[in-house]
Design a protein. Structure first.
Length: 116
């Protein structure tokens, strides 16, 4: 199944079950709750991590549908954008994005990164 098909199925399930289809802030909160459940399953070593991550995906798919976002197109575009990014490791071990660095950071932060 591709993302677009998953998004359609998740939305159809929300509509069929009478779940929230209009309250975007509520949907963000519910998504956050699902992420927290997934983290808790991982942290406690429960065997439900996969199911919890599936819940996260379904809530995300539904949120995208609710807000009119073609999530598959956005993910594909983001993967391409990320592939073009160049990173460099600072002396302290932190990775920083180098492409567009001069425009991405405030002027005083630029100096600190370059001088480190």
């Amino acid at each position: 199944m591709d993302i677009r098909a998953g998004q359609k199925l998740a939305w159809e399930n929300k509509v069929a079950k009478g779940f929230n289809t209009t309250d975007v802030p509520l949907e963000f909160c519910l998504l956050q709750g699902e992420v927290a459940e997934a983290f808790d399953a991982w942290r406690k070593g429960r065997g439900t991590l996969g199911e919890e991550l599936a819940d996260v995906a379904l809530f995300l798919f539904s949120l995208a549908a609710m807000t009119g976002v073609d999530l598959q197109a956005e993910v594909e575009a983001k993967i391409e954008k990320n592939a073009e990014r160049v990173y460099s490791r600072l002396a302290n071990g932190v990775l920083v994005k180098m492409s567009g660095l001069a425009t991405d950071l405030a002027p005083n932060r630029r100096v600190a990164l370059i001088s480190n």
